[in-house]
Design a protein around this ligand. Structure first.
Ligand code: IMP
Ligand code: MG
Length: 179
């Protein structure tokens, strides 16, 4: 069974979906107020289930796009992000809402935010499903956050361990954490 390596379910499908409804509502209100029609940019691959859950609840017009980036590891300087797949749409004078699965050290989003800002968007916001603040290195915060979680390695709902477990409908703590 796929879930045999999962120590514990941290967030059930129902909890995640309920939170997505709240987040989508909050995001919608904010963009409605400002009159912006954002491009929702999912970071591949982890954001896919979360992004799908969010965007189907938006009632404002939005466009979607995807990027794939990888942060250099700790030995590299802060400020570098490697683009594996760039956006198809232009950011210039557009409102960008980046959707991410989890903010951990924060390096990926810190670098990405800096890079996207240089493309002169109208606004740039971040929506993350999970936040693991205990491991933060870069000074970055999500504008919208689903859940703050403890310092555990989690999988499911888009998140992987060596490309496995992304399709789990819940978020689980990977078992080796406690062994
Ligand atoms: P950061 O640059 O350290 O914030 O990296 C964030 C990225 O690391 C996320 O987009 C995930 O792909 C990955 N990541 C961080 N923590 C976890 C975890 O607990 N499970 C799965 N992936 C994680
Ligand atoms: Mg990721």
């Amino acid at each position: 069974m796929i879930a045999q390596d999962i120590e514990k379910i941290l967030l059930s499908e129902e909890e995640i979906e309920n939170r997505c409804v709240e987040l989508a509502h909050q995001i919608e209100e904010d963009y409605k107020e400002s009159g912006e029609t954002p491009i929702v940019v999912g970071l591949l691959k982890g954001s896919v289930p979360f992004m799908a859950e969010l965007i189907k609840r938006f009632e404002f017009p939005c466009e979607i796009d995807f990027m794939s980036v990888s942060s250099y590891d700790g030995t590299e300087s802060i400020g570098d992000v490697r683009i594996l797949k760039d956006m198809d749409l232009s950011c210039k004078n557009r409102s960008i809402l980046v959707v991410e699965d989890i903010i951990d050290t924060g390096l990926t989003l810190y670098n990405l935010k800096k890079m996207l800002s240089s493309r002169n968007p109208e606004s740039l916001k971040i929506c993350t499903l999970l936040d693991k603040p205990s491991r933060r290195i870069a000074d970055i915060k999500g504008d919208y956050c689903g859940f703050v979680i403890p310092d555990k390695f989690v999988v499911g709902y888009g998140m992987d361990l060596n490309e496995k477990y992304r399709n789990l409908p819940f978020i689980g703590i990977y078992e080796s954490e406690n062994t």
